[in-house]
Design a protein around this ligand. Structure first.
Ligand SMILES: NC(=O)c1ccc[n+]([C@@H]2O[C@H](COP(=O)([O-])OP(=O)(O)OC[C@H]3O[C@@H](n4cnc5c(N)ncnc54)[C@H](OP(=O)(O)O)[C@@H]3O)[C@@H](O)[C@H]2O)c1
Length: 252
């Protein structure tokens, strides 16, 4: 794989733990200077920065709530100040209020959509002006819930569907500028956000028992594919979702 990110700056949202942490570590290991974004988990984010630095990489922890425009403005002001330019954005952070659609409220809808779907638009609008001419990468992370019904995941499923549509539209809008926009459809992995869904334990157990590849997804599985999407080998992949679930979703 042609992956030399030595002159690239990357922003990974929600990078204090889970998939985001693994993606930040992977991009940094391949030479990128990484913004480890967090919302609440400052200590964990600083831990990720320390881990990257101990491996000889470059990273900085910056706060920013992806569901809040003013907070994102401050995050991008800091990015401009600290790094000047941005080449890669991994829109990984998501936040949703679990529960049934019937019991949801407008506030739940707004919070979930803002943090998990509109965040991609907000990130792209702020990041693209910082991207150099002719090269850029934007990656979103979706789940099976974007196309299928998962218990307690109704609003989040709607947000993931919207995120997928936005990924495709942005891919078409930005491809002429050399910016590739793609996504990863991740299978169930044992992270804090999965544990917040009511049926999480059952979902994980099902994934472990039924996945043809014999295990649930690990954050590193997602990080490796994110790195591939940043490589030159992915240059003609545009507006696609790579399914990383060990084959679970192709079963009846
Ligand atoms: N785990 C799975 O099974 C699975 C499957 C498919 C897709 N995904 C997707 O993968 C992505 C990462 O999830 P994960 O499983 O790695 O979850 P995780 O370990 O719980 O991490 C989620 C991260 O998102 C951050 N975050 C949440 N709301 C934010 C906001 N408004 N602004 C900035 N950061 C915010 C959290 O940071 P703070 O703690 O600082 O708030 C946290 O670091 C999500 O998009 C999720 O939907 C997960």
């Amino acid at each position: 794989m042609h992956l030399n990110l030595k002159d690239k700056n990357a922003l990974v949202t929600g990078a204090a733990r889970g998939f985001g942490r693994a993606i930040a570590l992977k991009l940094a290991a391949n030479g990128a200077a990484v913004v480890v974004n967090y919302r609440r988990s400052k200590i964990d984010a600083l831990g990720v920065v320390e881990e990257i630095e101990q491996l000889g990489g470059r990273a900085i922890a910056l706060r920013g709530d992806v569901g809040d425009d003013a907070s994102l403005d401050r995050l991008f002001d800091s990015i401009k100040e600290e790094l000047g330019t941005l080449d890669i954005v991994v829109s990984n952070a998501a936040f949703g209020i679990p529960g049934t659609v019937m019991e949801s409220s407008k506030r739940y809808w707004d919070v979930t959509m803002d943090a998990s779907a509109r965040s991609l638009v907000n990130l792209a609008q702020r990041a693209v002006p910082l991207m150099p001419k002719g090269w850029g990468r934007i990656i979103s992370i979706t789940s099976e819930g974007g196309t299928r019904v998962l218990d307690g995941y109704g609003l989040m499923g709607a947000a993931k569907s919207a995120l997928e549509a936005l990924t495709r539209s942005l891919a078409v809008e930005l491809a002429p500028r050399g910016i590739l926009v793609n996504g990863i459809m991740a299978g169930a992995a044992d992270t804090k956000s999965l544990r917040s869904i009511p049926g999480a334990e059952k979902m994980l157990q099902r994934a472990i028992e039924r996945t043809p590849a014999g295990r649930a997804v690990e954050p590193e599985d997602i990080a490796d594919v994110a790195a591939f999407l940043c490589s030159e080998d992915a240059r003609m992949i545009c507006g696609q979702f790579i399914v990383v679930d060990g084959g679970l979703s192709i079963l009846i």
